[in-house]
Design a protein. Structure first.
Length: 278
């Protein structure tokens, strides 16, 4: 378990203001407007939807806490009955209300009353690491969940292979960043959800590609754009000849096997939790 010092003025003010997306977004070193955030991340939500497909039902009510620009909830359109978001970034809340058409709340889960609840499913994707009191936060998620409802989490894995095995120093500088406060291992996440009153299964996933990791190992630097590392890898982009296509098939197969191996070893970039209230 690693806990970093919160931003001056508190994390609520940090996310509600302009500085967060000026410094942190899908394109390295560039401020990201809400529309850009949505357009970038919306293309990569299907693996999360696939992860949840066994429990998704047409009559479900879903709350996504820390919903960003609404990209995940947008991917559930037509799959569930009710979609509700909660987000502290004023720009992203305004974008959702104008462009996406589902209800979004702009106050912390510890303070807000969500009239559409309780929910069949609450998702919290790359958000738990941002909050100052994770166990209290999880308890408030539980208050908005139906007795037999599901909680699904994704969050950074402190046992990420780039940190624990490859020991890429540049990655460590990139990984321990101002917006993140809490970093969990499988054990400490299990302890946190248990204290918050949940029981379920903890796993891990790897979505950045093998070529992304090779880039980190060779350069100690991130790729310039989120989309590069999360796209299907190719040794020869746009190849039309037989040799080029075969080389691309090789790296795609290697990428799938690499991600499966990291998952097996517990070294994927993100932890997952799917469970219910005790």
């Amino acid at each position: 378990m690693v806990y970093l010092e919160p931003a001056k003025g508190g994390m609520k003010q940090f996310y509600a203001g302009k500085e967060y997306r000026k410094r942190y977004g899908p394109v390295l070193g560039h401020a990201s407007a809400a529309k850009k955030v949505f357009e970038t991340y919306a293309l990569y939500q299907q693996p999360i939807v696939d992860q949840l497909k066994p429990i998704l039902k047409k009559d479900m009510k879903v709350l996504d806490v820390g919903c960003s620009a609404g990209q995940f909830l947008n991917s559930l359109k037509g799959l569930v009955r009710t979609r509700v978001g909660l987000e502290l970034s004023a720009d992203e809340v305004a974008f959702i209300r104008k462009e996406l058409g589902f209800k979004v709340y702009d106050r912390p889960i510890e303070e807000v009353t969500i009239k559409e609840g309780p929910f069949d499913l609450i998702t919290c994707l790359q958000t738990l690491e941002h909050v100052e009191n994770p166990v209290n936060f999880l308890r408030h998620l539980g208050k908005n969940l139906k007795p037999n409802g599901y909680l699904y989490l994704e969050l950074p894995n402190i046992d990420d292979v780039l940190i624990t095995r490859y020991e890429v120093s540049g990655y460590a500088d990139f990984y321990y960043r101002e917006p993140h406060l809490s970093y969990f291992s499988k054990k400490t996440l299990r302890d946190a959800v248990k204290k918050a009153g949940f029981t379920g299964q903890i796993g891990n996933v790897q979505r950045y590609s093998l070529l992304n990791h090779i880039h980190w190992i060779q350069t100690g630097l991130p790729q310039s754009d989120f989309r590069i590392g999360n796209s299907t890898p190719a040794l020869i982009p746009g190849a039309r000849d037989v040799a080029g296509k075969e080389l691309n098939l090789f790296i795609r197969d290697a990428d799938i096997r690499y991600k499966q191996l990291l998952k097996k070893l517990g070294l994927g970039e993100s932890l997952t939790f799917l469970g219910k209230k005790k």
